[in-house]
Design a protein around this ligand. Structure first.
Ligand SMILES: [Fe+2]
Ligand SMILES: [Fe+2]
Length: 186
């Protein structure tokens, strides 16, 4: 049976949490594909920067907002912890790519391996029985979470534009901070 459409899907205004996170996945995949066919080092550098920044924002909003809400709603420690461990692996490689350049003999290999890791992680999140499917089955308010994710994403992207580096995700917010944000977006 087809699932009922969420409020955001019906109104077409803002995205629900899963639609927003999936759109991030598609954008990064597109940049990775472009990287593989990039004509020169300048374009490779540009794309690597876009990919690393987008992944830092994406992993941050997942870890600060979506993953804790998922864990609270489902108690699924296995899916939650595996996702966090996969993020940690990707973050190490992102830091290495940021500290290197297309002049580095290993630059392409690092970006390619990051792509492989991200493909695996995205498949885990989006597959049947994966985190997103389980989130849809749960009582999570995906419309409200979508608004929170969009607000935090805009903040982080704004910080990056102002020249502040996007902080590496992993510094989890205190619970009080998450609750404050939830109140603000209500
Ligand atoms: Fe994701
Ligand atoms: Fe993730």
């Amino acid at each position: 049976m087809a699932r009922a459409k969420s409020k955001s899907e019906r109104s077409g205004d803002s995205q629900d949490a899963i639609a927003l996170l999936k759109a991030d996945h598609r954008q990064v995949e597109e940049w990775f594909e472009e990287f593989c066919a990039a004509p020169d080092d300048d374009r490779k550098q540009e794309l690597a920067t876009l990919i690393c920044n987008a992944l830092k924002v994406h992993t941050t909003i997942e870890e600060e907002i979506f993953y804790p809400a998922f864990l609270q709603a489902t108690d699924d420690l296995k899916l939650h912890h595996e996702a966090e461990v996969e993020h940690d692996g990707a973050k190490k490689l992102i830091a290495e790519i940021e500290g290197s350049s297309p002049d580095d003999e290993y630059f392409d290999a690092k970006v390619t391996v990051l792509f492989e890791m991200i493909k695996h992680h995205v498949k885990e999140e989006e597959k049947t029985g994966g985190m997103f499917a389980e989130a849809r089955k749960s009582e999570m308010d995906l419309d409200a979470l979508g608004a929170q994710l969009a607000a935090r994403k805009a903040d982080l992207e704004g910080e990056a534009e102002e020249g502040d580096d996007v902080p590496p995700s992993g510094g989890k917010m205190e619970r009080s901070e998450v609750e404050r944000m939830m109140k603000e977006t209500r």
